[in-house]
Design a binder for this molecule. Structure first.
Ligand code: CUA
Length: 335
């Protein structure tokens, strides 16, 4: 009996200390959505259950190793035990109800994170190798950054242009795959203003999977409306010139996920000062980046590969001649 009391006290102590230890490490980023509430609550409950089970197994094991070790000179066999039906029934029934209880709590929790707000704002999300595009059908704008007003539910309707991707902003907690040929949905109600969030792809999807990110910016309602107005003005202005239309195409197709416009590195060659420059090719030689080369590089990206970018396979894009001319006009502005 004395052993049970000592082990019991040690189990509780180790469980509490392990839980407090894990708690101070701060395993989770800041919660920034309404959906994070139930998820963090369930996570905490599971950590508590796990630390208790950990202590329940490890403490009696270590205790037995020391207290019931074989004494010097003792060569007798241990006691032979045939089994214990009561014990077996107990350790089957209790975990069974624990697992059923967890399943029930999990289902409730999932329903909570999917609660529908009829006032939600729809954002169409397109994922592709290797970037993101966000369309706001209510406002007729397209962006490579996900702007969201705080405290209003966003209903993301997500599609993939190629392979399976996964939309994940750790601060919002919820995560959803994008599956080619299907529209999947995710509901997020941001609760914390901030501009340091990022969508990151959480499904391995090719060589540049690790770079498949996009900024997420949560702002006040007023600031969101100002951003929308600004984007609408830019879009209508842009429609008037080839450079503007080119920029709109570049945004809608997510080109800048791979090509920088300021000379910095990326998955693909930068567009900064590209037009008219001499470009080294893979396997030796150079080519002048004139209209013909730029057009070929958009429509048949593997025809001539720029030195240093052999590992990347840019997909071929299907643009009309006018669209290609608009994109080239835009690239020429980057000098
Ligand atoms: Cu897209 Cu990984």
């Amino acid at each position: 009996m004395r052993h049970f009391v000592v082990v019991g006290i040690l189990v509780v102590a180790v469980a509490v200390l392990t839980y407090l230890g894990l708690h101070t490490v701060g395993l989770m980023p800041v919660p920034a959505s309404a959906q994070a509430g139930p998820i963090d609550w369930l996570w905490d409950l599971q950590i508590k259950a796990m630390t208790f089970l950990f202590a329940l197994i490890v403490v009696p094991m270590v205790y037995s190793l020391f207290v019931f070790r074989r004494r010097k000179g003792d060569t007798s066999d241990a006691e032979h035990i045939e089994g214990n039906t009561t014990l077996e029934i107990v350790w089957t029934i209790i975990p069974l109800f624990m697992v059923l209880g967890m399943a029930y709590i999990g289902a409730e929790n999932l329903a909570e994170t999917r609660r529908v707000d009829p006032d939600a704002m729809v954002v169409r999300v397109t994922g592709y190798q290797w970037g993101w595009t966000f369309d706001y059908p209510d406002y007729g704008i397209t962006s490579n950054e996900l702007y969201l007003p705080v405290n209003r539910q966003a209903l993301l309707k997500m599609e993939s242009r190629d392979v399976i991707h996964s939309f994940w902003v750790p601060e919002f907690r919820v995560k959803q795959d994008l599956v080619p040929g299907r529209v999947t949905e995710l509901r997020i109600t941001p609760t914390l203003i901030g501009d340091t969030y990022k969508v990151r792809c959480a499904e391995i999807c090719g060589t540049s999977h690790a770079y498949m990110e996009a900024p997420v910016i949560v702002v006040e309602k007023v600031a969101f409306e100002a951003w929308v107005a600004e984007q609408q003005a830019l879009a209508s202005e842009a429609g008037q010139t080839p450079e503007g239309r080119g920029l709109a195409l570049v945004t809608a197709n997510g080109c800048r996920a791979c090509h920088s416009i300021d000379g910095s590195g990326g998955v693909g060659p930068t567009w900064f000062q590209l037009a008219g420059s001499e470009v080294p090719l893979s396997g030796g030689g150079t080519v002048v980046a004139d209209d013909a080369f730029l057009k070929e590089s958009i429509l048949q990206p593997q025809a001539k590969i720029v030195a240093g970018f052999e590992a990347q396979q840019m997909p071929a894009y299907n643009f009309t001649d006018e669209q290609v001319a608009d994109i080239i006009a835009y690239i020429k502005t980057l000098k």
